[in-house]
Design a protein around this ligand. Structure first.
Ligand code: KIV
Ligand code: NA
Length: 264
């Protein structure tokens, strides 16, 4: 059996060959992504993508565990990282450890991700010292969108840079093995990527990062209104519509099923 990518292997890619990552929530799609990705994120974006929620704030722990398990079962090569959902880690390092351990034990994933910089450093250290690898996530952090007043690109104003740089340093020093930079201007992402010793994984954060991640359904063309930072590589919405339309037509005019699809 092929051994999965490990956390130290991902961490060692700092400044090297770019790290490839996509989200996945589902066994069959994860099996395809698994052939090309270094790590797969079971992101809490599944609340919107899979379950039609308005934001990630309402995503429950059990849902992350269910999709995490599906993705672990569907894959064999990539490191699987599961997002800790809103409300399961912010309160204290103890609460975070209990929920992160539950995620790891019940899904078989290799690491968890949580949002927040300096304010989460103590928790990141607490988890990593106790056997739970942590990927951090700074910049635009969707779980705090109610405080930030929406989803805004970070770092447009240079006055905000020191806080973002301090967040990046804090999570790296606390032991995070990598950090997602989301929704951030290029010059700030470049500066942070040079300053810290762990890989930066960009989403809407320029080519200056050590790796890239996108939401799979966005890059496949399933999202009718993808954000500017998405490059759309597929036309899945059209493919699905053509297939469903053809099926409906065939059923209505009785050209499906034929003898080929029938147990005679
Ligand atoms: O939930 C998610 O999909 C994420 C990525 C956008 C990094 O956190
Ligand atoms: Na997320």
């Amino acid at each position: 059996p092929v051994r999965r990518k490990t956390v130290p292997q991902i961490a060692a890619r700092k400044g090297g060959e770019p790290i490839v990552s996509l989200t996945s929530y589902h066994a069959h799609t994860a099996a395809i992504v698994d052939k090309y990705a270094d790590f797969i994120l079971v992101g809490d974006s599944l609340g919107m993508v899979m379950h039609g929620m308005e934001s990630t704030v309402g995503v429950p722990l059990d849902l992350m565990i269910m999709h995490g398990r599906a993705v672990v079962r569907g894959t064999s090569r990539s490191l699987i990282v599961v997002d800790m959902p809103f409300g399961t880690y912010e309160e204290s390092p103890n609460v975070a450890f209990r929920n992160a351990a539950k995620i790891m034990k019940e899904t078989g994933c290799g690491a968890v991700k949580l949002e927040g910089g300096a304010r989460m450093a103590e928790t990141i250290r607490f988890l990593t010292e106790r056997g739970i690898p942590v990927m951090a996530h700074i910049g635009l952090t969707p779980q705090s969108s109610h405080v930030m007043g929406g989803f805004k690109t970070q770092g447009r104003d240079e006055d905000s840079w020191p806080a973002h740089e301090a967040d990046a340093r804090a999570v790296a020093e606390a032991g995070a093995f990598a950090v997602v930079l989301e929704g951030m201007v290029e010059r700030l992402a470049a500066k942070i990527s040079k300053q810290i010793a762990i890989p930066t994984i960009g989403i809407g954060a320029s080519a200056e990062c050590d790796g890239q991640i996108l939401v799979l359904e966005d890059m496949l063309g399933l999202n009718p209104k993808p954000p500017k930072f998405v490059k759309v590589y597929g036309r899945l919405a059209e493919e699905i519509e053509t297939a469903v339309e053809g099926y409906a037509r065939d059923v209505r005019d009785r050209s499906f099923p034929t003898d080929d699809q029938t147990y005679s």
